[in-house]
Write a protein that binds this ligand. Structure first.
Ligand SMILES: O=C(O)CCC(=O)C(=O)O
Ligand SMILES: [Fe+2]
Length: 317
């Protein structure tokens, strides 16, 4: 499929939909929802985020992953299935089965989270990292709120329906680094991958990738296709929670990171940034009444977002 068909100008969507109290360009917001559902993703240009801020976030990612292993241990993710917090070393997280994951990552949650506090690198080592990430997290939340508004229109539910279920911003921001690796090592995806086939378990994911390539999505026809996006373009997908809320009427986008198709014997390093939007912890991730008729069976159990998140985490650590 032509990559341009996946690409939306978010400033256009936002002004056409959100500024119009009586509903805006439904065709555009519906097309966004349909593309996310069938193709597994969309690419959003002009999200309203300052482009230099996104580039700075990549810069901080590079600086963090360049730290030595002893320093990284200081803020390392524990072995227990907490929500994602802190540094996960190469191979520590298992995504998409049991294959060895050639990636390292760093995760953080909201600023004031007494239940699951963030694990920060020492300020003396990465001065300014924490304040930048806290601000970036908040800026991403503003994009999320606008995006949920567009989705509410596209899915035809009253405005505020999805936003109210995300009011606590209990989201996760993740920096990812895929080190250089011999292409041959990734040849058998049952043994080793960059990031194996999976769906994210939150509601929506907003992702930025550097030009190294290799991110692929599976469409409803089962075909996998590589996403070509610039570093300040947001790749957006539904996660499992949206699939659950809508009783499967909307589909979480299956994705993975492979060695880029053009790669030779050696696959260069790759950086990405993911913002996982999550429902408030006390919110149910069972089927919402507006997406199910009386005669239809619920495909998904009525459990709280926090319990669902922890259960899914158990499969990863
Ligand atoms: O690195 C990427 O582009 C994808 C990362 C991803 O899928 C994830 O962290 O869930
Ligand atoms: Fe993912």
């Amino acid at each position: 499929m032509d990559q341009e068909l996946h690409t939306f100008d978010f400033s256009e969507l936002r002004t056409s939909v959100l500024n119009d109290e009586n509903g805006g360009d439904f065709n555009l917001s519906q097309r966004l929802v349909t593309t996310m559902n069938t193709e597994g993703f969309v690419v959003l240009r002009n999200t309203g985020l300052d482009e230099s801020m996104i580039m700075q976030a990549f810069f901080w990612g590079e600086a963090l992953f360049k730290l030595d292993d002893i320093t990284k241990k200081y803020f390392q993710h524990g072995p227990s299935p907490l929500p994602h917090r802190g540094y996960s070393a190469i191979g520590q997280e298992r995504s998409g089965g049991n294959a060895f994951n050639h990636k390292e990552s760093y995760d953080l949650g909201p600023k004031h989270d007494d239940l699951y506090p963030n694990l920060w690198p020492p300020e003396t080592t990465l001065q300014g990292f924490r304040s930048f990430m806290e601000e970036f997290f908040d800026k991403l939340y503003s994009v999320q709120v606008s995006l949920l508004g567009v989705l509410e229109d596209g899915i035809k539910v009253p405005r505020g329906t999805f936003c109210s279920m995300h009011s606590k911003a209990q989201n996760e921001l993740r920096l990812l680094h895929y080190p250089d690796v011999k292409t041959g090592i990734l040849r058998d995806p049952r043994k080793a991958v960059r990031f194996g086939d999976h769906t994210d378990f939150g509601t929506i994911t907003i992702l930025f990738q550097d030009p190294a390539g290799g991110l692929e999505f599976q469409s409803t026809t089962s075909a996998w296709q590589e996403v070509l996006s610039g570093p300040t373009d947001a790749v957006v997908m539904f996660g499992d929670t949206f699939q659950r809320w809508t009783n499967g009427k909307l589909r979480a986008g299956p994705h993975r990171v492979r060695a880029p198709s053009q790669a030779g014997d050696f696959t260069g390093e790759r950086y990405a940034i993911a913002y996982f939007c999550k429902a408030n912890r006390d919110q149910s991730v069972g089927v919402l009444p507006e997406f199910k008729s009386y005669t239809e069976e619920s495909k998904y159990a009525n459990i709280k977002a926090e319990e669902y998140n922890q259960t899914r985490m158990q499969g990863l650590y």
